[in-house]
Design a protein around this ligand. Structure first.
Ligand code: HEM
Length: 158
């Protein structure tokens, strides 16, 4: 085949392939649920039969199957129905730590937070959605850089 023809073929193939990759990528982007603070509060384990949700680092996990930890009157019930990032990082149940605020946490606390986020929450509990801190910018506009969390170590029935 003449060199010019080969180039034409190459260009056609390259554009077709890259379009396909893009389309697949878009299709993989499923809609995600945005939880406001008010909404998250409904899932605090107080209502029998309603799922129990808890956010860590802006990711809302369905922790219903950990009812013995998080259910009504269970030891970690204070952590649910809200984003408890700071409490998880500090292993604290102090009401002042029941917040998403990570200001002033030590390097070790942040490392511990990431270990629990990856090793417990992402591995054990399905993701129900995200808080505004992940999905929106400060001005309320959509965060174009948002990427859903992948759960490579998820073991649904653990
Ligand atoms: C005397 C203190 C404590 C003891 C003896 C204790 C003990 C335990 C035990 C036995 C587990 C279960 C591990 C498993 O079966 O997978 C656990 C899990 C856990 N603990 Fe504690 N804990 C204590 C304090 C705390 C505090 C203060 C926090 C505050 C955030 C905390 C947060 C957690 C979390 C987030 C889990 C994971 C629950 C899950 O798998 O969903 N613990 N703890």
């Amino acid at each position: 085949m003449a060199t010019a023809q080969m180039w034409v073929l190459f260009v056609i193939l390259a554009t077709t392939l890259s379009d396909e990759v893009k389309l697949k990528y878009k299709a993989a982007k499923k809609p995600v649920r945005l939880f406001t603070e008010e909404e998250l509060k409904r899932y605090d384990g107080s209502e029998e039969g309603r799922p129990i949700y808890m956010a860590v680092k802006g990711v809302v996990f369905d922790v219903s199957k950990g009812k013995e930890f998080y259910g009504k009157e269970a030891p970690y019930n204070a952590l649910v129905g809200k984003d408890s990032t700071r409490a998880v990082a500090k292993m604290s149940l102090d009401p002042a730590d029941l917040t998403s605020d990570t200001t002033g946490l030590t390097k070790d606390q942040l490392k511990s937070l990431d270990n629990i986020f990856e090793g417990t929450y992402k591995a054990k509990y399905p993701i129900a959605g995200y808080t505004a801190s992940r999905l929106l910018n400060e001005d309320g506009s959509p965060n174009e850089d948002f990427e859903p969390e992948d759960q490579p170590h998820f073991q649904g029935n653990r």
